[in-house]
Design a protein around this ligand. Sequence first.
Ligand SMILES: NC(=O)C1=CN([C@@H]2O[C@H](COP(=O)(O)OP(=O)(O)OC[C@H]3O[C@@H](n4cnc5c(N)ncnc54)[C@H](O)[C@@H]3O)[C@@H](O)[C@H]2O)C=CC1
Ligand SMILES: O=C(CO)[C@H](O)[C@H](O)COP(=O)(O)O
Length: 292
Amino acid sequence: MQLGLIGLGKMGGNMRERIRRAGHTVIGYDRNPEVSDVKSLAELVEKLDAPRQVWVMVPAGTATQGVIDELKDLLSEGDTVIDGGNSRWTDDEKHAAELGIKGIGFVDAGVSGGVWGLQNGYALMVGGDKEHVDRLRPVFEALKPEGPYGYVHAGRVGAGHFSKMVHNGIEYAMMQAYAEGWELLEKVKSVDNVREVFRSWQEGTVIRSWLLDLAVNALDDDEHLEKLRGYAEDSGEGRWTVEAAIDNAVPLPAITASLFARFASRQDDSPQMKMVAALRNQFGGHAVEKKG
Ligand SMILES: NC(=O)C1=CN([C@@H]2O[C@H](COP(=O)(O)OP(=O)(O)OC[C@H]3O[C@@H](n4cnc5c(N)ncnc54)[C@H](O)[C@@H]3O)[C@@H](O)[C@H]2O)C=CC1
Ligand SMILES: O=C(CO)[C@H](O)[C@H](O)COP(=O)(O)O
């Protein structure tokens, strides 16, 4: 089948390749002409036979909204837009409604697999009407990992991105748990070789996982992570998970703490701990550390 794919970065570039390897035709557009197959979105749409399927794989928020706005004008009734980026799930109903005015279908796809997806396949959590989702089945089959799992039609529009958001919330908490364990092992000098302890956990243990394998890869590159600064960004999914938890009064202590740990990582000094130190000093005369 034919697919238009917009956004050929770390994800979209490899996805184009994996779908092509499965024998489908992919016409890719990126605003970076070095990786793009066509010069414009209009040219991409022109080159596709109707009914068209166009997959958007650009950063969530303004970039995705801009592409969807353009596609709304360029596409026609019967075409389908798939948003595979990490968009906020609450944007999906809006996008489906905006496109639906012209009879253009909308499917949201949470995609997991990162830069390893070309090799391992991409796990897909999909939301949308059955008629739109079923039409895209060959593309999902091409992208998904081999084996029985790795693809789910999770529910109506928004269900794919909601599922991916929760997946990423879990990812935050798992990463934080490995990171905390690693720091404790590194600190306590009775353990001689922390990297080998991590490696030993890769087989047979209760905590083996792909994230653990990746932690070992990282330690093989830089045994004590000395080349890195302890600074971690976030791109929204963790915040939205915590917001959904608050909206639904669901306690998420581990995921929330892991999100807040990232915020703390961005501070050179902690204003709130200055206040804690000042208060201990006020009530108990406890010593404080002064600057300079
Ligand atoms: N990197 C990862 O591990 C994963 C990323 N995602 C999501 O996939 C989407 C893409 O992520 P990456 O490939 O990592 O980002 P990236 O930054 O590597 O690639 C984004 C690409 O989109 C292009 N682009 C941006 N705005 C555009 C526009 N208006 N028109 C055409 N092209 C445009 C950029 O030139 C760039 O090549 C994001 O929504 C991200 O959150 C989802 C799963 C995993
Ligand atoms: O979806 C992903 C992995 O599953 C992306 O790598 C995402 O960017 C990770 O989230 P964050 O940037 O907030 O750490």
